[in-house]
Structures are given as C-alpha cells and as structure tokens.
Design a protein around this ligand. Sequence first.
Ligand code: UGA
Ligand code: MN
Length: 244
Amino acid sequence: PVIYAVTPTYARLVQKAELTRISQTLMLVPNVHWIVIEDSEKKTDLVRNLISESKLVATHLNAKTPPFEQLKDKDPRWKRHRGVEQRNMALKWLRENFQPKRGKGIVYFMDDDNTYSIKVFKEIEKVKKVGVWPVGLVGGLNAEAPIIDPETGKVTGYKSGWKPNRPFAIDMAGFAISLDLILEKQEAQFSYMMEKGLQESEFLSYFTTKEELEPLADNCTKVYVWHTRTEKPTITGIVPGLEV
Ligand code: UGA
Ligand code: MN
C-alpha cells in the first residue's frame, strides 16, 4: 500500500529543522507519498526546495489558518486548534484526486514536530480500516495507549492522563485510516467547532467505533512514535545570508 503522510507546517525558526527530520525519516520508508500543507497564503521557497531535495514523492499545498484561530504569542497553545485548515486541504486533495476508490492507500497525519520510528510505518501498512497504537510523551503520561482485552483482542478503553473518557483518547500520531474509508466518508473533516483537544475523537467517530479499531504495535504494547515538542529558541540577532 501507499502511505499518504499528511504534514501541516508553519513558518518559524525551527521549521526547516523539523521538516529535515521528518523528510529524512520518510526517505527510509518505501511507498510513501508526502503531502505537505503550509499554513500560509503562498507556498514558500524554503519548503519547496526542501521537498524537491528530498526526492520524495510529494504534493505541496498551502492553506492559511483563518485569523480568528491563529495563535497569539502569549496564548497557551491548547487555546487554538492547530492544523485544521491544512489537514482539511489534504483531505480535499485526496478526494479530488483519488475518486472513485483507489485501494491500497493509508492516510497518516504526521505532524512536523513529532519523532517517528520507521517501525510505525510497518504497522501502518497492516491497516485495513482504522489502526491504532500507543504514542509516547503525550496525554500527561509516559505514553497514551489503547487498552486491549486479552480475550477478544479488541480495544476496550484508553490509558490517558487527559480526558481518558474521550470517545477515542488517541493523539493524531496514534492512528491511520484507509484511503478508501476517507473517500467513502466525504463529509469527514476537522473543524473549529470541535472542543479543544477533541479533533482526533470527533474525526475518528466518522469512520469507526472503539470495537472496530485494529490494535497494532504488538497489541499496543510498543511505542514507535513520540509526541515530542521543540523548544522555541531565543535568538538575539540574525546573521545575514544564512537560511536556517
Ligand atoms: C496536538 C496534536 O498532536 C496535534 O495533532 C493536534 O493538531 C493539536 O494537539 C490540536 O489539538 O490542535 P501539538 O503538539 O499541541 O499537538 O500541536 P502542534 O505540533 O503545535 O501543531 C500540530 C500541527 O499543526 C504541526 O504539524 C504544526 O506544524 C501545524 N501547525 C501548528 C500549523 O500548521 N499552524 C499553526 O499555527 C500551528
Ligand atoms: Mn506537536
């Protein structure tokens, strides 16, 4: 199957570093199609050049977050939804380009700041409809993980330090969905109407139920992706002529 890795990204000092890490992870993954969506009015040369130098099969899009949702410098980040516009743009692109059913595709929302083991992509390849696995360093725990009933092998709940009773207490990095399902459920998308932190839950509700989830990564006992966050650097000046 082709893995469609959907990466929203926005301009900031660490952007090139983040995209370098992500793109060089993807270079180790066979059959990946990288969809990069810039949070900007226009596509930038920085991102364009980085994608072309990576030689990855890629689609470069842009979709600007509307002003009412933009994070102010002093806002804590949970005050705003992040990546909504960009992921919806990727969904639109997939639906416009791959109708009718294309088969053998899997969509994974891959934020630009997380850390991904190449092992997670081996798990994604196994997804039939919706696959799930643990995510490290998120939800107020060392890892957030689906709870599996050893008898039935099905998901019965979630270990999370943050609203464990969410319909799906799973971070964006902890699931992947078959492209056919994405194409089938045309109306499924992210929205600013959703409660903060419930994007994943509400989006997954369009496609599946807890009982139908496919537990991966050794029955959800292994962590292959980490919700790392990059410290904002404090700089006191700009050296001219250097793109960072
Ligand atoms: C958590 C989840 O891991 C995200 O997938 C989810 O979108 C977010 O919460 C949320 O609830 O909205 P967090 O680490 O707080 O993530 O979010 P960021 O990593 O700051 O942003 C997620 C993605 O959106 C990143 O790929 C980032 O580059 C992009 N983004 C962020 C933008 O495109 N524009 C922005 O203004 C901010
Ligand atoms: Mn993040």
